[in-house]
Design a protein around this ligand. Structure first.
Ligand code: HSE
Length: 309
């Protein structure tokens, strides 16, 4: 039976001000998924590597399995699928780990069926997998991982997703401290209502971010990379967060914040040298707190998930 391998990249969700509505893809790391069609109906996860045995092998509890099952059901397939998942993204990192697995699996199964769905039409399957992973079908990791680029989710019902052009010289630094935060827990700590004053600040920043990226206007991007809703609550979960953010700015980053639900920190810079320097300095701060960390520097990944063989 036919078999195909696909890669889906890590993503930065929220991008400070755009809780659940902004996300962008980076070049690495990327999860690798191999999907094989089977005569026997049903989805089987044959093997997972890179997770220290922590992810469930039951297809109904694993994001790649859930996404492929939803796909097969939607097209009314009589066949089944076998999945091998090579995890390259750290779990509970805020880099869109669950999203990368489901997106890679979806790209692969769609390819095996000669692409009956556009990438936009695959989104709801990946969102369903997010619901299994963290209790919420948010799209700000799956959409950029699938579509590439910087994505705005203008609306969830109906789903309305669009890409925002970004300056070609924009670099992202990700610093992942070796600790885990579950998205489900990081969502639970948030308040369910926000004061009007904060809403107005946030609207201004979201609009400023869009204009800043499109013009481009780096000063406007810097002023807009502020979050008065989720970050103040979640920052306490990340050791030394305020000092780290200040360090990033001091060493030339346009801005810095929590990647998704954390604990990874993202920074945006206008050149590679600054992006690398900022990564080193943040890593040094984590060392001072006895925390190991990994640094990933790349441009914004404009193409998203891809078939490799
Ligand atoms: N928007 C989501 C959140 C992203 O912040 O909870 C999770 O990666």
């Amino acid at each position: 039976m036919k078999s195909i391998k696909a890669l889906a990249p890590a993503t930065v969700a929220n991008v400070s001000c755009g809780f659940d509505i902004f996300g962008f893809a980076v070049e690495s790391p990327a999860d690798e998924v191999i999907v094989t069609l089977t005569e026997k109906p049903g989805v089987i996860i044959k093997e997972i590597t890179g997770d220290d045995g922590r992810l469930p092998l039951e297809a109904t509890r694993n994001t790649s399995g859930v996404a492929v099952e939803a796909f097969l059901k939607a097209i009314g397939s009589k066949l089944g699928a076998e999945i091998v998942l090579h995890k390259k993204l750290p779990l509970g990192s805020g880099m869109g780990s669950s999203a990368a697995s489901s997106v890679a699996a979806l790209i692969a199964i769609n390819h095996l069926y000669d692409n009956p769905y556009t990438r936009e039409h695959l989104l709801p399957f990946a969102m369903e997998a997010e619901r299994i992973a963290c209790g919420s079908a948010h799209a700000d990791n799956v959409a950029p991982s699938l579509l590439g680029g910087f994505v705005l989710i203008r609306s969830y019902a109906p789903l309305d997703v669009t890409k925002i052009p970004t300056p070609p010289g924009l670099y992202c630094t990700l610093v992942h401290p070796h600790m885990e935060l579950k998205t489900e827990d990081s969502r639970r700590v948030l308040k369910s209502t926000i004061p009007m004053k904060d809403a107005i600040t946030q609207w201004g920043n979201i609009a400023g971010m869009v204009v800043g990226l499109m013009k481009p206007d780096y000063g406007l991007i810097t002023r807009s990379l502020q979050d008065v809703i989720a970050e103040p609550i979640r920052a306490v979960l990340i050791p030394g967060f305020d000092a780290i953010k200040a360090t990033a700015i001091q060493h030339g980053a346009l801005g810095s914040g929590i990647s998704g639900s954390g604990p990874t920190i993202f920074c945006l810079s206008t050149d590679l040298e600054t992006a690398e320097k900022v990564g080193e300095e943040i890593q040094r701060q984590f060392v001072n707190m006895k925390l190991k960390s990994d640094v990933f520097v790349s441009k914004i990944n404009q193409t998203g998930a891809r078939i490799v063989e």
